[in-house]
Every structure is written in C-alpha cells, then in structure tokens.
Design a protein around this ligand. Structure first.
Ligand SMILES: C[S@@+](CC[C@H](N)C(=O)[O-])C[C@H]1O[C@@H](n2cnc3c(N)ncnc32)[C@H](O)[C@@H]1O
Length: 240
C-alpha cells in the first residue's frame, strides 16, 4: 500500500478537528442516522488548515463536509442493508467516513477506508467513535494497486470531480470487479463520471450547501458498475 503523506502532520489533529467542527446529523431531513464532525464555513477552515500545517498546499478539508455523492450512497446502503451486510467493504475516497459508517451500521463485516488526506483519517476516526462503530484498516492511496485490496463491495462517494482521479478510480473499480467485487458509486452529476459504464440504482434529491454547489439540492444517483463488455475482456481480446 502507498502510505498516507502530508505536509506537516498536526500533532493534535483530533483536537484541531474537534475545535473547527460541530457534531451534527450528516444531513438534517435527508440522513440523520449518522452524525459527523462538520464545518459550516469550509473555505475559512481551509485557510486555518493551511496555517496550522505550515504551508499553502494543504488539501481542501473535504472531510468537514458530507458530499452529495456520499450522502446518496450512504442513504442507499442504510435503506438496502443487504448490499453490504456480512460483506467486507472498501470505502474509497472516504472523506468524513460517512459512507463507511453507514456501511458498518448496515451490517458490513469490516469497512476499510482509503484517503490521501491525513486529517481526514483523524476526522473519520472521530466520526466512527461518535457513531459507535470501528473502521479499518485505514489505507492511503490504493488506486494504482494491482491486485486491489480484498473486498466484496467497493463504495465510492463523490470522487469523479477530477479527470485524472476519475480515470484512476474507474480502472481500480474494473480491477476490483475482476476480483469479484461489486462497485457502487454515489454521484451528483460530476463532469468526469463515465455514465455509460454504470447502471443507475436510485436517484435522490440531496440537500447541499449553496456556497459549495451553487444550488439548494442536487439530483444524485447511486450507480452500480456494469459488467465488463464481453468484447473488451482480456480473454476475448486474446481469442480474437
Ligand atoms: C468530494 S470528497 C468525498 C468524500 C466522501 N466520500 C463523501 O462523499 O462525503 C473526495 C475525497 O477523496 C479524497 N481523495 C482524493 N484523492 C484520493 C485518492 N487517490 N485516494 C483516496 N482518497 C482520495 C479526498 O481527500 C476527499 O476526501
């Protein structure tokens, strides 16, 4: 596994998260079963994070928000526990850990989390405690791992917002699928989701922050990675 890297790790990261957030339902009126340490003003928190970590390259505090894709996916998992119950789950791009916590609540055997932001790992650990669940192992960037970490189900909330990341996530999901995993994605219409690769399972009107999304709600779909096209499998290519 590639380890999590950081600028200057905050020695008191958990205190930092607690001091700059409040513990609240993930989304009042949409998803209240999970409580998270959330920030009202993400851009101000980003500046605080940069000054605390000693540079201007700190990643945005994605972990201080419940993103629309994660909210829809968590809603789906809680309402369809059979998706994860008794299964080993991997939550990619975990952020706050919203989806991971929902999966544990829905009966997953284990939920491994994957994040590149060390502060997110602190935040999701606090969030796991706040919800009375245990998450782990905590992985760094696994997107280029081959074989992929063992998992029966891979969950991805809101990770198709950058071209390079989207390409890597899709390739990872295809490799995980070849190993027998089911892959589900929650996405509010981000530019780089290759919709033709997925089948829609459910769509929700998810309340979002206008400051971040320039809207009050986002139509957000939970997608399942479709089976690989037979003509594109290595076996088919070899036999052509
Ligand atoms: C928009 S947030 C979504 C968080 C959460 N899934 C949700 O829906 O609320 C995307 C997250 O992906 C993480 N991320 C970015 N690149 C990553 C990578 N290569 N591996 C794992 N996580 C990554 C970011 O740090 C960020 O926390």
């Amino acid at each position: 596994m590639i380890p999590v890297t950081s600028l200057r790790p905050l020695p008191d990261a958990a205190d930092f998260v607690r001091a700059h957030t409040r513990l609240a339902p993930a989304s009042p009126g949409f998803l209240t079963e999970v409580r998270l340490h959330l920030a009202d003003r993400v851009f101000e928190l980003w500046e605080e994070t940069e000054s605390a970590s000693g540079g201007d390259e700190a990643p945005p505090p994605f972990w201080a928000q419940a993103w629309a894709g994660g909210l829809a996916l968590a809603r789906y998992v809680l309402d369809h526990p059979e998706t994860v119950a008794g299964r080993r789950v991997l939550d990619l791009a975990s952020g706050s850990g919203l989806v991971a916590v929902a999966a544990m609540r829905a009966g997953a055997t284990t939920v491994a989390v994957s994040e590149i932001d060390p502060l997110a790992l602190d935040a999701l650990s606090l969030n796991a405690d706040a919800n009375g669940v245990t998450l782990g192992p905590s992985l760094g960037d696994v997107l280029d791992c081959d074989p992929t970490p063992e998992a029966d189900v891979v969950l991805v909330g809101d990770a198709f917002y950058e071209r390079t990341m989207a390409t890597r996530v899709l390739a990872f999901l295809r490799r995980a699928q070849e190993r027998g995993a089911t892959a589900l994605v929650g996405d509010p219409g981000r530019t780089y989701l290759p919709r033709t690769e997925f089948d829609a399972l459910a769509t929700y009107a998810v309340p979002v922050q206008r400051e971040l999304e320039d809207a009050e709600t986002k139509q957000t779909t939970v997608w399942k990675l479709a089976g690989a096209h037979p003509t594109l499998t290595p076996a088919a290519v070899a036999g052509a």
